[in-house]
Design a protein around this ligand. Structure first.
Ligand code: FES
Length: 115
């Protein structure tokens, strides 16, 4: 398992999320990191409904009230803390989580084997 330093915590506004792209070629994938205060949550940026990215514009991941992550395609909404879909066409399914933590003020994610 490899770890990747993405950005400084302050590069993600509190209560918002930001998208990242890692890898190259067939190894390339997109992820998002959501921030709540000093906590960060990372997920593969692919909706469990149809597999499309959640954001319709770069770094626009939040529901209008700012409490949930929202898919731009059909409006599914996901809890920030565990990626569970609580509204929309894939209720009960989850975003694919990546282990995320802070290290010296930076956001670091662990990339699972086989991803
Ligand atoms: S692809 Fe996300 S709700 Fe349909």
């Amino acid at each position: 398992m490899s770890t990747i330093r993405l950005c400084a915590l302050q590069d993600i506004a509190d209560g918002q999320a930001r998208g990242f792209c890692l890898g190259e070629g067939s190894d390339r994938f997109e992820l998002l990191v959501a921030r709540r205060g000093e906590d960060v949550f990372a997920y593969v940026n692919a909706c469990p409904h149809r597999g499309t990215p959640l954001d319709w514009r770069p770094d626009h991941f939040m529901s209008p009230d700012g409490t949930l992550l929202q898919c731009a395609t059909h409006g599914a909404r996901f809890r920030i803390e565990d990626g569970l879909c609580v509204y929309g066409p894939c209720v009960g399914k989850r975003l694919t989580e990546l282990a995320a933590r802070l290290e010296d003020g930076d956001v670091v994610v662990s990339r699972s084997p086989g991803r």
